[in-house]
Design a binder for this molecule. Structure first.
Ligand code: MUC
Ligand code: MG
Length: 373
């Protein structure tokens, strides 16, 4: 008999970051994750995670809304259902509930973890099978201080942990930001790829100025320089400069990718499990991106180990990640709630190959970081 879902528990977990992480819209000193524990009538458990950045600073879902909306609206649609078809269960959620993609992603993660455990196969196998066992992974320099960022990058290059770096800019005047980036690129030289993420902070005129200067400084990629909804602007910029643009906040799922292609965008796409609503729709966005000739990038919303692991499983099934990935979320946190941390080495991270996500919760750590009120 196929197992039935009996219980879905959500927990808010707060873990401090190793240093303040500064983005154009917020500065993070702590990361909050919504951890999902989905149980069946045979005593198995699937783990999921829904995580965003800076409360409501990044997008329309907050950790608290993710938890509340799972508890109140989404979980009741799954309780008592057979675990047989993940697609059927997601269809039930999508028909009854609009949006809430991070909450849906957390549930889809728990469902594929559970399914993988039942079948004794890693999540990557459920998604068609891994092509890669190691995924390239960059590091984000976001202390806000040029000298600190250079020292941090040099240490990581020497340790062989990362050789590609993304810099968070957009909160300061464009001249200051460009000077900061150019100094880091000059200090690291050709051995390191330096990219920037503006997180929508520039208007088109500022972007024209900023991109010309970043191109001159030898920067490899500019992520979401202008507002998410301004697809025409991003398309114009992508055809104006040699330096490529990576679309992030503007593109969540396969339909968005189609729209980008239609409006003449020419660049890369940051795939994110959380934006798409889970690993399955994220891979659908990858297929349309590849058809449109867009280079792929494995993106994060700075998830902890559970959200990062499911993304790594998904990206491992893609033939090529033109821009690599940024699945470094767990490394930004002071501690972890799983027993065996993900393995970062050789400028990347290993794809777990145990059943399900390949992750085991550390109950003591979970109790330590679980929000109490
Ligand atoms: C984003 O917009 O890319 C990814 C890495 C990071 O530092 O922030 C996130 C969000
Ligand atoms: Mg981004």
């Amino acid at each position: 008999m196929t197992p039935k879902i009996t219980q879905i528990e959500t927990l808010l977990v707060d873990i401090p970051t190793i240093r303040p992480h500064k983005l154009s819209m917020t500065s993070m000193a702590v990361q909050t994750m919504v951890i999902v524990r989905l149980k069946d009538d045979q005593g198995s458990e699937g783990l999921g995670e829904g995580t965003t950045i800076g409360g409501l600073a990044y997008g329309p879902e907050s950790p608290e809304s993710i938890k509340m909306n799972i508890d109140r609206y989404l979980a009741p649609l799954l309780i008592g259902q057979s675990t047989d078809s993940v697609r059927y269960l997601m269809q039930r959620l999508n028909v009854a509930v609009k949006g809430n993609m991070i909450a849906k992603s957390a549930l889809q993660t728990a469902l594929v973890d559970l399914k993988g455990k039942h079948l004794g196969v890693p999540v990557s196998s459920l998604l068609g099978g891994a092509i890669h066992s190691h995924i390239p992974c960059l590091w984000v320099l976001a202390s806000g201080n040029t000298e600190k960022d250079i020292a941090e990058a040099k240490e990581l290059i020497a340790a062989g942990r990362h050789c590609d770096f993304k810099l968070k800019i957009g909160s300061r005047p464009v001249e200051e930001d460009v000077a900061h980036v150019a100094a880091i690129k000059a200090a690291l030289g050709d051995s390191a790829s330096v990219r920037v993420d503006v997180n929508q902070a520039w208007d088109e005129a500022t972007a024209v100025k900023g991109m010309a200067a970043l191109q001159e400084a030898g920067v490899d990629l500019v992520e979401q320089p202008t507002p998410a909804k301004d697809i025409d602007t991003l398309a114009r910029l992508s055809n104006k400069f040699e330096i490529p643009i990576l679309a992030d906040e503007g593109v969540a799922d396969s339909k968005d990718v189609y729209q980008f292609a239609k409006q003449g965008f020419n660049g890369g796409i940051a795939l994110k499990i959380a934006k798409a609503g889970g690993p399955i729709p994220a891979l659908e966005a990858a297929v349309v991106s590849e058809s449109a000739g867009f280079g792929l990038y494995g993106g994060t919303l700075l998830e902890g180990s559970i959200g990062t692991a499911v993304a790594i499983h998904a990206w491992s099934t893609l033939p090529t990640l033109r821009w690599g990935s940024e699945m470094f979320g767990p490394l930004l946190l002071q501690d972890d709630i799983i027993k065996q941390p993900l393995r970062y080495h050789n400028n990347g991270v290993d794809v777990p190959n145990l059943p399900g996500l390949g992750i085991e919760l550390d109950e003591l750590k979970l109790a330590e970081y679980q929000r109490k009120d």
